[in-house]
Design a protein around this ligand. Structure first.
Ligand code: HEC
Length: 243
């Protein structure tokens, strides 16, 4: 009698576990956490700020076990002249920045290109300075990236990348030309490292604010296209008052 009830209960539990596993074919959102810097940190101009990010995703894995690709963890550092500016500007395409940066991360651009410093290829800052005022730059550069190129910036080769979607690539190039030379905006990838705050930005006085944001877009469920989800974390750093 007793054992009958027990096995009946077990069956009910088993059935409910099985059905929730098949019915709940839903991708869980990743959890992104900025471990460092901490929100109460104050920054100065021209300072190295160490950072560390943790990402946990049910499907993709845990960054503590090296299961998350560091080039897919995208950070932006955005400076504002004071906190009122933050309120007004946070909606300024925060998510469109991340969509394009995630596309570039997943397309391996950051293996060879940095935001501000030359790597294997020129920095996006150098590219923006050279082409921002050239009328046909988007068309011209998309073609060069697709077909591969060498000799313009040195002897390194950018291999042909015919697999890239031309729509994605054009958006990325437009974005690079528009944002590449901004002093108040930096971006990079990784789980751990340090970024440097700019030398003093003209017009930014004591009340300057830095918003540091990290985002990870997961890979979604293999059999459910479009199921990718984002996790995001953001902290605000204020400038150290020197008196
Ligand atoms: C394997 C390394 C590598 C990868 C990956 C790579 N690039 Fe490049 N890229 C280079 C190098 C090297 C150059 C400079 C080539 C030259 O001197 O002509 C370059 C040049 C460029 C230029 C300037 C071209 C010119 O004629 O001035 C743009 C724009 C560019 N890359 C964008 C991208 C984008 C966007 C991606 C990702 C979709 C990407 N690159 C991926 C290595 C790479």
């Amino acid at each position: 009698m007793h054992s009958k009830i027990r096995s009946g209960l077990l069956a009910v539990i088993l059935v409910s576990i099985l059905s929730s596993a098949t019915l709940l074919q839903e991708n869980g959102a990743p959890v992104v956490q900025i471990i460092a810097p901490q929100g109460n940190m104050q920054f100065t101009w021209g300072q190295y700020v160490p950072f560390r990010i943790r990402v946990i995703d049910n499907e993709d894995g845990n960054s503590e076990y090296e299961e998350i690709l560091s080039q897919e963890v995208i950070m932006t550092v955005h400076y504002f002249s004071d906190s009122l500016e933050v309120q007004e500007n946070l909606n300024e395409g925060q998510s469109s920045h991340f969509d394009i940066l995630s596309w570039m991360g997943a397309s391996n651009c950051f293996t060879c290109h940095n935001a501000k410093a030359k790597l294997i290829g020129p920095s996006f800052l150098q590219i923006a300075e050279r082409y921002a005022h050239q009328g046909d730059a988007v068309e011209y550069l998309s073609q060069k990236v697709t077909q591969g190129t060498t000799g313009t910036w040195g002897s390194q080769i950018m291999p042909a990348q015919p697999h890239l979607s031309s729509e994605g690539l054009k958006k990325a190039i437009q974005w690079i030309l528009k944002n590449g030379s901004r002093q108040d905006f930096n971006y990079f990838t990784g789980l751990e490292g340090a970024f440097k705050t700019p030398a003093k930005i003209e017009g930014f006085e004591d009340r300057a604010i830095c918003v540091f944001t990290a985002q990870y877009t997961d890979h979604g469920l293999e059999n459910v296209p479009g199921s990718a989800k984002k996790g995001i974390d953001s902290i605000v750093l204020s400038r150290r008052q020197d008196h």
